[in-house]
Design a protein around this ligand. Structure first.
Ligand SMILES: C[S@@+](CC[C@H](N)C(=O)[O-])C[C@H]1O[C@@H](n2cnc3c(N)ncnc32)[C@H](O)[C@@H]1O
Length: 312
């Protein structure tokens, strides 16, 4: 883990921390600690009265978090959808000044062949961010119905060749179970040949299976309202997402809770009721994308979008 090359390149680091408007004595939650890029910057800004709660579902990330020597950090091995429960247990519900959620994967997860996330490295096709939870991707692929595999690849990967890929996975699994990343890459490459300059043909399928295995969209859906509940008035939430499916959920949530609801003019509702029911609970800020410089230095930042909101 000390190998510098393997560590994570934090995306939109300065921008997201600036938007959180860190108070020296504030309470913060980094819901996706990863390799601590954002957490370390938050910790730097806190005095002895400030506190950072760091979450991650990956035991390797948590092991790394425990190497940080600071009495201003509390570490939780958890999914971030548990944010409300943890805040209640810790007696910080409604007291939190800021929450950061940096979705997706860390470089360490991607580069560690044995985790099974990479189509560039051969390893056991596991793909669980928390290997203690759920079933590995290969186990799912070997037993799942073709139509369900096809639906995952279509919906979460937006892959045109989803039907052919699913068919070939199931045919292959009947002959000899799929266990390695290379097994899946070979199936996909027989259907979509690799072309120079274009994305690797396995990109979308790997992304789709990872999203499914880790229930990533459910997690995003479940965390948003709970995170807002945990915030104090004027507390901020900053979320960095990396693909359109996640961003759509975040944008819709922010719009739902950040904009005044329009009631049909013929609805029998008076001005006081209107004020009470239609009051937006979030102030939304303009979305932020990485600079050209950041993308040049870290191409995996290219699809990142940062959305920020403040609790009213
Ligand atoms: C992009 S990395 C975070 C990088 C971090 N901000 C940094 O600068 O080092 C995303 C991290 O979120 C974790 N993660 C993803 N989904 C999660 C979830 N539902 N609950 C908790 N952690 C999650 C992953 O295990 C990974 O370590």
């Amino acid at each position: 883990m000390n190998n510098k090359k393997k560590m994570h390149n934090s995306v939109l680091l300065k921008e997201s921390i600036k938007e959180l408007k860190i108070k020296k004595d504030g309470l913060y939650i980094d819901a996706t600690f990863g390799y601590g890029g954002h957490s370390k910057l938050i910790l730097k800004s806190l005095n002895d009265n400030g506190m950072l709660y760091a979450f991650d579902q990956d035991p390797d990330a948590i092991a790394y978090a425990h190497t940080i020597k600071s009495n201003k950090i509390k570490i939780f091995h958890t999914r971030f959808s548990q944010i409300y429960k943890i805040a209640c247990n810790e007696n910080i519900n409604g007291k939190v000044d800021g929450i950061l959620i940096d979705l997706g994967m860390s470089n360490v997860q991607l580069q560690t062949a044995s985790r099974g996330f990479s189509f560039m490295k051969d390893g056991l096709l596991d793909m669980r961010m928390n290997p203690q939870l759920g079933i590995p991707a290969f186990e799912w692929l070997n037993k799942e119905k073709e139509k369900n595999i096809a639906a995952v690849i279509k919906n979460f990967g937006e892959e045109r060749f989803y039907k052919k890929i699913a068919y070939n996975i199931v045919q292959q699994a009947k002959k000899k179970p799929i266990t390695r990343t290379i097994d899946l890459v070979n199936i996909i490459q027989r259907i979509i040949p690799k072309k120079t300059g274009l994305k690797h043909p396995a990109t979308r399928t790997f992304q789709a299976i990872r999203i499914y295995i880790n229930e990533e969209l459910n997690e995003v859906n479940n965390v948003l309202l709970n995170a807002v509940k945990v915030l104090k008035k004027n507390g901020r939430i900053a979320i960095i997402s990396f693909h359109s499916l996640e961003d759509r959920i975040i944008k819709k949530f922010m719009n739902n809770f950040g904009k005044m609801k329009e009631f049909p003019s013929n609805m029998p509702i008076n001005e006081i009721q209107k004020k009470h029911f239609c009051k937006p609970i979030l102030k939304i800020f303009k979305k932020i994308k990485p600079s050209q410089d950041e993308i040049y230095n870290n191409p995996s930042a290219r699809s990142a979008i940062l959305r920020v909101a403040e609790k009213k």
